[in-house]
Design a protein around this ligand. Structure first.
Ligand code: ADP
Length: 325
């Protein structure tokens, strides 16, 4: 018999609850049976006492005390088992739920990435064919070329995200830490973004002569992912803000936008692998749910912290804080 995924889920949940209920019922049954046995033994002993078979002076008290000790022992053991069963059940439930969510997100990721790979290829193909077949004015030609370059760049970013995420995950990425001119990297990320999105306003406040120890490719990826997201998730006419500053002990990078912002209960989840806010069918922004996960991993690798808070009056501010070497 072939079950669909939701059917399988219902069956697994049903089996889980039936098993859990059975275990708790068995435990209760075990307790009742032992307690009955305890009662019967006590009655038997009292009977023996009455018939003069066993006549110690404290026998009645002893028999009663023994009965109570046994009851206390059964309750103690029962409660311990119940607590263990419930801890196990919660653990299994949470692990299964996490696993199901991850598998759903992985499936979404596969769909998203197929789409993300195909779109730039199709656009590039179409642009090149148009350039080849038609006599176009210089301006249109330049437009098509810059559009093609933008798509190639998007493809490159996507490949980098997938590649580095898997390498950082498995620990095979051999980071070559260097003394870096952070100011230069941040400025070149902003310049690169401006050349691809000339119509977008980026307000930058990048402090001069900021240095860190790090891996240049990863730092660049971190900054560009945050800028790309700010661009993707806020209206085109609103400015983006990139700020780099330092004090005696730390270096702070802020990337802010004036978009819709992120609800409080999503602020932690967005750094999870493949996590994307909202519904797959209604979401319009392109993406794979890897960008912020990668930012988190890169920050971790550099002993930095990354967090998001609300921008005022609207939007989000992503802040990465590096400790100074
Ligand atoms: P994606 O490929 O979907 O952009 P990310 O890991 O970069 O994946 O981001 C995860 C999710 O966090 C996004 O799907 C989006 O819903 C949300 N998000 C990220 N950056 C912003 C932002 N600047 N403003 C609002 N939401 C954001």
């Amino acid at each position: 018999m072939n079950f669909s995924k939701p059917q399988k889920l219902t069956i697994v949940s049903l089996v889980y609850w039936v098993l859990l209920l059975y275990m708790v019922a068995a435990l209760a049954w075990w307790f009742i049976a032992l307690e009955n046995q305890n009662q019967a033994i006590t009655l038997l002993r009292l009977q023996e006492l009455k018939e003069g078979i066993n006549t110690n002076r404290n026998s009645i008290q002893k028999i009663e005390a023994l009965k109570e000790r046994k009851t206390a022992q059964y309750i103690g053991e029962g409660v311990t088992f119940l607590v263990l069963i419930l801890i196990g059940a919660v653990f299994v439930f949470r692990a299964t739920r996490r696993q199901l969510r991850l598998s759903q997100q992985q499936q979404n990721f596969m769909m998203a990435i197929t789409h993300e790979l195909k779109t730039p290829i199709a656009i590039t193909q179409l642009n090149l064919e148009t350039l080849q077949k038609r006599q176009l004015g210089e301006e249109t030609k330049q437009k098509l070329i810059s559009n093609t370059l933008q798509e190639a760049n998007r493809l490159n970013n996507l490949c980098n995200n997938v590649l580095f995420a898997s390498q950082l995950d498995t620990g095979v990425y051999a980071a070559a830490e260097q003394h870096l001119h952070f100011t230069d990297i941040a400025e070149s990320c902003v310049d690169d973004f401006r050349s691809r999105f000339p119509q977008r306003i980026v307000q930058e406040s990048i402090e001069q002569d900021v240095y860190i120890n790090g891996e240049p490719l990863l730092i660049q990826l971190l900054i560009s992912n945050l800028i790309e997201n700010a661009n993707k998730y806020s209206p085109k006419e609103k400015p983006l803000h990139v700020t780099l500053s330092q004090n005696g002990t730390s270096i702070k990078l802020d990337v802010a936008d004036e978009g819709l912002g992120i609800a409080d209960h999503e602020k932690k989840k967005i750094f999870d692998k493949f996590y994307r806010i909202g519904n797959e069918n209604t979401r319009r922004a392109k993406g794979t749910g890897l960008g912020l996960y990668l930012c988190y991993k890169i920050a971790e690798k550099h002993h930095a912290s990354i967090e998001v808070r609300d921008n005022i009056p609207s939007g989000s501010i992503f802040t990465v804080i590096f400790r100074k070497a």
